[in-house]
Design a protein around this ligand. Structure first.
Ligand SMILES: [Ca+2]
Length: 186
């Protein structure tokens, strides 16, 4: 995104591919924020390759109750200034409630029962899971099926392949300013 504000909730961003040498150090393979404000809540970013999954250049980015794992050949998941809380980040990231455990994803990139991401999101009752698809106790599960918005999730009928930007959006709230998406295939 280049401007405006966006809330990205209960969203899976997976299998995207940043083709080298398209500035892999400064562009995200999953989500890239040039400017503007992004709040990512209960999102899963996984198996995006070629660059960090989430990159913030000069925007304001906050992430919570989310999973950022298995991106960028298991190296750095996040770049830039990003506030992260109650999320599972490979390689760790500073912030309240964060952890770094294999989230135990199934083939559809959903957490399985017993996953370390289960019941590990924020503890506010307002963030409690919807059942289904919530797992364990009512406390928020990290990832795109957790929290109250999990009930809006619809499993995709087809799956993307590598080099295809695949975003399955449960809920997308756009701010008043225009927003632009960019993606490229090889
Ligand atoms: Ca739960």
């Amino acid at each position: 995104m280049e401007s405006g504000s966006m809330v990205l909730s209960n969203t899976l961003v997976a299998d995207s591919w940043m083709s080298a040498p398209r500035w892999p150090d400064v562009r995200g393979s999953g989500v890239y924020v040039q400017a503007g404000s992004l709040d990512a809540v209960n999102c899963t970013l996984t198996h995006n390759q070629g660059a960090r999954a989430l990159q913030n250049a000069s925007g304001t980015v906050a992430v919570r109750n989310s999973i950022l794992y298995f991106n960028n050949s298991d190296t750095a998941q996040i770049g830039g200034i990003v506030q992260v809380t109650y999320s599972d980040v490979q390689g760790s990231w500073e912030g309240e409630g964060n952890r770094d455990y294999n989230p135990a994803l199934d083939v559809g990139y959903c957490i399985i029962p017993g996953s370390p991401a289960m019941d590990a999101g924020e503890g506010s009752p307002a963030a409690n899971d919807a059942f289904p698809p919530g797992l364990g106790a009512s406390r928020n599960d990290m990832g795109h099926k957790g929290g109250p918005g999990g009930a809006l999730w619809i499993d995709p009928v087809s799956t993307g392949t590598r080099d295809v930007f695949r975003v399955e959006t449960g809920q997308l709230i756009l701010g008043p300013a225009a927003m632009t998406f960019h993606w490229n295939t090889l």
